[in-house]
Write a protein that binds this ligand. Structure first.
Ligand code: PHE
Ligand code: ZN
Length: 876
């Protein structure tokens, strides 16, 4: 294979030809589907006359080409591995092509493929070129008319974008449906689904009184698992009307669940295609977390109808234009319909663990990258989640009202167009009158900014001097960084009153919970008229995606944990306190010294456990220790064993000292009401289950019997799965094995539950996790061609820190072997699976060598562009 080439943002040119209208006919067949395409093309006004027509196309068998009805001979076009080139075309013409493709052989799950018995498509980012020859780029937007022909018995349901306009019978048991999508769209939003599907239907009346039919299409056995997705969809539709003034624009909105899918879901116009894991729920099979994830993803894809579809990206460098904005929208939606602080805590915990690690590793890239080899590698936490954090900062910078005006302006001005991140930010600047030039650096500069802060209270002058210093570490290709515009929400909590003090900065009041703007490398903020000494509460709500260091004493942190008015920062103070204690214990473990528990942490927990609170969800978060992955993020060299031992020690000593308190919390939160995925119930369950985790960490008889009872009660999957996890992760195989067996037999028929069964086993801390992973890879419910299975088993094993990082290197080898196989089958999944190995520089020398050796072993293979790009960066 020739060495893949990078594509650069600076090379952007509009397409030579635009497509006004696209007519497609699919004659479906697993081995040889025929695709006829008629494109109505015209020269782009900004491009020169006589430019060659270049169409993307991969893995297509070309049957015929014609221009304006005249068929072309083989010497009249050039066909390469990448596409089709025709010279001397007129400035306005009609192109007809016919190709054959083989959906049944498509294991990459891009383009048209088969999942179970059905046909489905995935076109974002560049899958459409595996369906037909086309200018496969988001700035070519056309209306589509699609005819799908299938076997009436095998594919009774034939779906595509827009509205069905015609259907009929054909000879030989075949039938067809023609769909018309009146909204011009790029081909990455094209979709087709055909198969034996059943639907659940509902209605929604939009704000202007239009009636929309809502359908969720599933395999028959999943008909009972769509209620929550449907309810979530309706909530999201209403919310987008009320919050952003966005109304749905077709008469029909469809969701289809498929079992084989690379990502979570896809926002194809009028026909969203979902990974079944991102749409199907039932109290018996899905956990609270899954219910909430489904709600968030359904909303996310729906919100794309405006932020992504009506206004789309000019090129793939602008991916965060639609993803960052849409993630921000779905996060705020979930916060509004659930508990806002808890949603924020969960999003930030994940972000600070996974995105920070990405930003600090060899694949770090700006939110708007300036080059890539394979765009499929750029559906990252940086583009999505950091992109959302930037939009959140924008909202905080200009305020909600100006932000909403900016959003209205953006949708009005660019409706039906493919635009850039600058276009979006310019609307915000225009609507608010704010200068956002320096702010734009957030999009082009990679890496996580670190802020070193310190402060001093001057009794005599009643002033607090806060000094902030920012620095962004070098990232690959970006050695020097400039100072960013960082808006930070903060408060000063009075040490006497425990209250937020009024903030006066340069003689001006900024409220008690105000925003300060750090723009220089170093800046001093002097707050005046402060009658008491404060403890600062900085970057409230994680108001900027930065690492903020402040020399808090443990007393300061205990104070904030008790008094901060910002729920997020109260939680964060607890995390910081725990991290300080964990640090000492990690050092003790490494030095072979006896571990001693920090009593301040114990006392803080005791207080938490004994305070009567109605916010159980926050309490559950507060009682949760930082994850091993997050602790690792804080260490200069990651010592997986010391981290595991230290965290386990804290858990066990808390459980030992506060056993009765945990027990009381468990018992008051046991719930007999019928399951509902509602905030209050979810909160109580998570609190109860956190308590049970502590109790099970010491494995006394009470805890064991509680866990067993909870498992056997089969009240709902949240409780069952939690209990099964605790039993499986205990030191006793006599608890683990029978429970796993019961569960595995009961759910053998349900692939999504079996995924959970795989994950629980391969993430156990006992040292047989690797052998179990190997063994399970032979299980009949496992398959390397199904991305959910790969993630549930191999992906989950790679998150099992002590076992993946075994010193014999067998964990790394298992992952590398899977990557090598998947490189052939599904390059996108292969490249993603590789991530943990790319972090090799973070570990001790022995592990570095072992990990690097596996990366080199992969490098020696004939690599897909996806894996090639990741390996190159990892080894650079
Ligand atoms: N655009 C999809 C989403 O956010 C993600 C996706 C990308 C799905 C590429 C499939 C392929 O919401
Ligand atoms: Zn998205």
């Amino acid at each position: 294979m020739s060495q893949p080439q990078a594509i650069h943002l600076s090379d952007y040119l509009p397409p030579a030809y635009r497509v006004r209208h696209t007519e497609l006919t699919f004659d479906l067949d697993p081995a040889a589907t025929r695709v006829k395409a008629r494109l109505h093309l015209e020269r782009h006004p900004e491009r020169e006359a006589g430019a060659a027509l270049e169409l993307d196309g991969e893995q297509l068998t070309l049957e015929s080409v014609a221009i304006d009805g005249q068929s072309l001979g083989a010497d009249e076009y050039q066909l390469t591995e990448q596409g089709l080139r025709i010279e001397g075309v007129p400035s306005h013409f009609q192109l007809d092509t016919e190709v054959t493709i083989a959906p049944e052989a498509n294991t990459a799950l891009e383009g048209l493929y088969q999942s179970g018995g059905m046909f489905c498509t995935q076109c974002e980012a560049e899958g459409f070129r595996r369906i037909t020859f086309y200018p496969d780029r988001p700035d070519v937007m056309a209306t589509f008319s699609t005819t799908v022909i299938g076997q009436a018995e095998r594919e009774p349901v034939l779906l595509s974008n827009g509205n069905p306009v015609e259907r009929g019978e054909l000879p030989n048991g075949r039938h067809f449906v023609t769909w018309e999508d009146p909204h011009p769209k790029p081909c990455y939003l094209f979709a087709l689904v055909a198969g034996d599907l059943k639907k659940v239907e509902d209605r929604f009346t939009t704000m202007s009184g239009r009636d929309v039919t809502l359908q969720i299409w599933v395999e028959e056995e999943n008909l009972g698992k769509t209620d929550h997705a449907m309810a979530s969809l309706k909530r999201a539709m209403r919310w987008d009307e009320e919050t952003y003034g966005r109304e749905y624009d077709l008469d029909l909105f469809m969701i289809v669940a498929v079992n084989d899918f690379n990502m979570g879901a896809m926002e194809n116009k009028g026909l969203n295609i979902f990974n079944s894991a991102a749409v199907l729920t039932h109290p018996d099979t899905a956990t609270d977390a899954a219910f909430q994830r489904v709600e968030g993803i359904v909303a996310h894809e729906y919100f794309h109808n405006w932020s992504g579809n009506r206004v789309t990206c000019r090129d793939w460098f602008q991916l965060s234009l639609k993803e960052g904005f849409t993630v921000f929208r779905d996060q705020t939606f979930s916060a509004d319909v659930n508990s806002a602080p808890v949603k924020r805590i969960q999003d930030v915990s994940f972000f600070r663990t996974a995105q920070f690690a990405e930003d600090a590793g060899p694949t770090a890239h700006p939110v708007r990258p300036d080059h890539y080899i394979e765009i499929g590698n750029f559906y990252t936490l940086t583009i999505y989640e950091k992109g959302a954090e930037i939009v959140r900062m924008l909202r905080n910078l200009v305020g909600w009202e100006a932000f909403r005006r900016g959003s209205d302006l953006y949708f009005a001005r660019f409706d039906g167009q493919a635009v850039t991140i600058e276009d979006f930010v310019a609307c915000m600047a225009e609507a608010s009158g704010k200068d956002l030039n320096q702010f734009m650096l957030w999009y082009s500069q990679a890496g996580t900014p670190e802020i070193d802060a310190h402060g001093e209270y001057d009794y005599a002058r009643a002033e607090y001097r806060l000094v902030l210093r920012q620095r962004t570490p070098a990232t690959p290709g970006q050695a020097d960084k400039q100072a960013l515009h960082i808006p930070l929400r903060m408060g000063l909590v009075g040490t006497k009153s425990g209250r937020d003090l009024a903030l006066t900065l340069d003689g001006e009041s900024i409220g008690r919970d105000g925003v300060i703007h750090l723009r220089e490398e170093e800046q001093e903020f002097v707050f005046t008229d402060l009658a008491e000494a404060p403890v600062p509460s900085l970057a409230r709500g994680f108001s900027a995606p930065v690492k903020l260091n402040f020399p808090y004493s443990r007393e300061d942190l205990a104070f904030l944990l008790a008094n901060d008015s910002d729920g997020f920062n109260r939680w964060d103070a607890g995390q910081r306190l725990a991290l300080l204690a964990l640090d000492d214990l990690i050092a003790a473990h490494r030095n072979g010294v006896e571990k001693v528990m920090d009593t301040r942490v114990t006392e803080a927990f005791r207080t938490l456990l004994r305070t009567d609170t109605d916010d159980k969800a926050i309490l559950a978060e507060m009682l949760t220790l930082p994850s091993e992955a997050y602790i690792a993020e804080q260490q200069p060299v990651v010592d997986v064993d010391a981290i595991h031992a230290a965290r386990q020690f804290v858990k066990q000593s808390l459980a030992g000292t506060l056993r009765d308190d945990f027990l009381a919390v468990y018992q008051t939160n046991v719930d007999a009401a019928p399951y509902a995925p509602e905030p209050e119930q979810i909160a109580a369950r998570s609190l109860k289950n956190v308590a049970l985790s502590y109790l099970m960490s010491i494995e006394d008889e009470t805890a064991v019997s509680l866990a067993q009872r909870q498992f056997e009660a089969e009240h709902n999957m949240t409780d069952v799965r939690h209990a099964l996890t605790l039993l499986t992760h205990s030191s006793r195989d006599d608890l683990a094995d029978p429970a796993l067996k019961t569960f595995g037999q009961k759910w053998a028929h349900d692939p999504l539950v079996m995924d959970q069964w795989f994950s629980i086993q391969v993430s156990r801390p006992q040292d047989d996790a690797l052998e179990r992973a190997r063994f399970l890879m032979e299980h009949e419910a496992f398959s390397l061609t199904n991305p959910n299975k790969v993630r549930a088993l191999i992906g989950a094993f790679a998150q099992n820190r002590v076992n993946f990082h075994r010193l014999d290197g067998e964990g790394y080898k298992l992952l590398a072997n899977a990557v090598i196989e998947l490189n052939r089958l599904n390059p996108e999944i292969a490249a993603r699976l590789l991530t943990p190995l790319t972090r090799w520089r973070r570990f001790d020398e022995t592990r570095q060598d072992l990990m690097k050796a596996e990366l080199e072993r992969i490098q020696a293979e004939d690599l897909s562009p996806n894996v090639y790009e990741v390996i190159e960066k990892a080894l650079a």
